[in-house]
Design a protein around this ligand. Structure first.
Ligand code: HEM
Length: 123
């Protein structure tokens, strides 16, 4: 059974998105990144994030991760905080620890693209 199914499919993903969103918006280290970002884009962001994490059925048709985050100067420890909030969201939804750890492993390779920690080289 996929993690998507394990947490209960689409309805559970919607609940997870809302919970994840609340956690990010309550973390003062992270809220500055989302200043001035409109709500519908933000929700799209959380949905894409969860889908990337648990392999939901909807295809992602947006910008590549590096491009979508290039101007945000996201610090590596802030990436870790976001992934940590997602792990807590999923644990609270009843996803077992093995699956939560697997999700962390799935997201880890995105860190270099989303939070390179240094300005990307020109050219
Ligand atoms: C695995 C990790 C992540 C995934 C899969 C992800 C996914 C996405 C996607 C799909 C977009 C484009 C949304 C759109 O154009 O509609 C986006 C933009 C954005 N992301 Fe992420 N993201 C991740 C990590 C982060 C982190 C760690 C932060 C901040 C600490 C962050 C903050 C933002 C912001 C502020 C935008 C711009 C929103 C906008 O201008 O529309 N993301 N992200």
């Amino acid at each position: 059974m996929s993690i998507y199914e394990q947490i209960g499919g689409r309805a559970a993903v919607t609940a997870a998105v809302d919970d994840f969103y609340r956690r990010l918006m309550s973390d003062p280290a992270l809220t500055p990144y989302f200043d001035g970002v409109d709500m519908s884009r933000l929700k799209r962001h959380q949905r894409a994030f969860i889908a990337a994490a648990i392999g939901g059925p909807e295809p992602y048709l947006g910008r590549p991760m590096r491009e979508a985050h290039a101007l945000l100067d996201i610090q590596p420890d802030h990436f870790d905080r976001v992934v940590g909030h997602l792990a807590e969201t999923l644990s609270d939804l009843g996803v077992d620890q093995v699956a939560v750890d697997a999700i962390g492993d799935t997201l880890a390779p995105l860190k270099d693209e989303i939070a390179p920690g240094v300005a990307p080289r020109a050219g």
